[in-house]
Design a protein around this ligand. Structure first.
Ligand SMILES: NC(=O)C1=CN([C@@H]2O[C@H](COP(=O)(O)OP(=O)(O)OC[C@H]3O[C@@H](n4cnc5c(N)ncnc54)[C@H](OP(=O)(O)O)[C@@H]3O)[C@@H](O)[C@H]2O)C=CC1
Ligand SMILES: CC(=O)N[C@@H](CCC(=O)OP(=O)(O)O)C(=O)O
Length: 345
């Protein structure tokens, strides 16, 4: 079976770890390079003992350097780096002939002015924005299959955009009435030292954060606007909850079309989608059913008192929200089965 040589840049973080876990089991991927500045010289199994016994677990972390990464023979690089940093590596690795799947936010937005508004700095690689493909396989499979640079969507956006798109495309909801409240496990914030992320600050506690303008609004509104055919402005409030992983999003919007069409629109859009599981009317998605998988579960309901449709979705922020989705795109761009190395329950 053909296999592709892979580098994971930023492999010591949480999305990096999930990429390693999935890629070590992937039948068509061969890990040849993993980077971390702090852990250069350690093997995968030294830093992550869970990999002891896995083929490839003796591979050593190196400090990230574009020439050394290219010299490893890697054909595809996954970037699991902070935004701003990822763009530098994308540029230098594309120049060296690698294809790049970026898990950061650097290439998700079409308009560099929107990037600057939400990320507080000028876009670091404007010239690459035009060719980057927003890597949501359920809507961009064709573009992903031809891409050199994929911008894998953010965790919250995946859980919010997927249920809304079919309803917006069919004009079933008022595009200006969308309200989402999401909850994320703490791994969503990355594997970094920060007082608000300490156990005693998060455990047995729930709080909203980044209100009223979380940076993910930029890509969510971008994709919803394309689907609605008009500029969408919405309300989004994320919360941190004391779980390791998992995102639960509850979205509501005013029904303006035929209620009977809502379930049909979702089924038509996702009946053949490998990783979208529809729970039907009354189905409340639950993070325990999706963590450590690449599935996003979607239920829906109708509140007749307010005339609003409710969309209830759940995914693993590190799975469909990050590493799993990036590997789904890798499979498509490589011509492999979309589910290769990813079908686990
Ligand atoms: N966590 C999540 O649920 C999700 C995260 N994302 C995005 O994916 C990316 C990675 O996130 P996550 O894994 O959580 O982050 P982490 O903070 O857990 O890991 C970051 C990684 O990048 C490396 N790194 C950090 N700074 C630099 C630098 N200046 N140069 C080179 N390497 C660097 C770190 O290793 P070292 O410092 O040793 O070099 C580490 O391996 C981010 O852009 C994040 O926003 C996307 C979807 C979901
Ligand atoms: C809980 C938590 O802090 N979550 C992160 C989102 C993680 C993510 O998806 O980040 P990217 O957009 O960079 O991919 C946050 O709110 O910033």
């Amino acid at each position: 079976m053909n296999s592709t040589k892979i580098a994971v840049i930023g492999a010591s973080g949480y999305t990096g770890l999930e990429l390693l876990r999935l890629l070590l089991m992937h039948p068509q991927a061969e890990l040849v390079c993993v980077t971390s500045r702090a852990n250069a010289g350690k093997s995968l199994k030294q830093l992550f003992p869970r990999f002891t016994g896995a083929p490839g677990a003796d591979l050593e972390f190196i400090a990230p350097d574009a020439d050394v990464i290219a010299a490893s023979g890697a054909e595809v690089a996954f970037l699991a780096l902070p935004h701003g940093v990822a763009a530098e590596y994308a540029t230098s690795l594309l120049e060296r002939g690698l294809r790049v799947i970026d898990l950061s936010a650097d290439f998700r937005l079409d308009d560099p002015a929107v990037y600057e508004e939400f990320y507080g700095a000028p876009h670091p690689a404007v010239d690459l924005l035009k060719e980057a493909v927003y890597g949501l396989p359920e809507i961009r499979s064709e573009e992903i299959s031809k891409a050199r640079l994929i911008a894998s969507p953010g965790c919250y956006p995946t859980s919010i955009i997927l249920p809304l798109l079919p309803l917006l495309r069919k004009g079933l909801i008022d595009p200006q009435s969308i309200v989402t409240c999401s909850m994320s496990g703490v791994s969503g914030a990355g594997r970094k030292e920060a007082i608000p992320l300490l156990f005693c600050e998060c455990n047995e506690s729930v709080r909203a954060y980044s209100v009223p303008k979380h940076r993910h609004l930029s890509e969510i509104e971008q994709e919803l606007s394309i689907a609605a055919g008009e500029k969408v402005v919405m309300s989004f409030t994320p919360h941190l909850v004391p779980t390791n992983a998992g995102i639960c999003s509850t979205t509501s919007a005013k029904l303006v079309g035929d209620l009977a069409e809502v379930g049909k629109a979702l089924e038509e859009a996702y009946n053949d989608a490998a990783y979208v599981r529809l729970l039907g009317k009354g189905g409340c998605a639950d993070t325990k059913n999706v963590t450590r998988t690449n599935f996003v579960d979607i239920g829906w309901d109708y509140d007749e008192r307010t005339g609003r449709i409710l969309l209830l979705s759940a995914e693993d922020n590190l799975g469909k929200g990050a590493a799993g989705q990036a590997i789904q795109s890798f499979n498509i761009m490589s011509g492999f089965s979309e589910t290769s190395g990813l079908l686990n329950f």
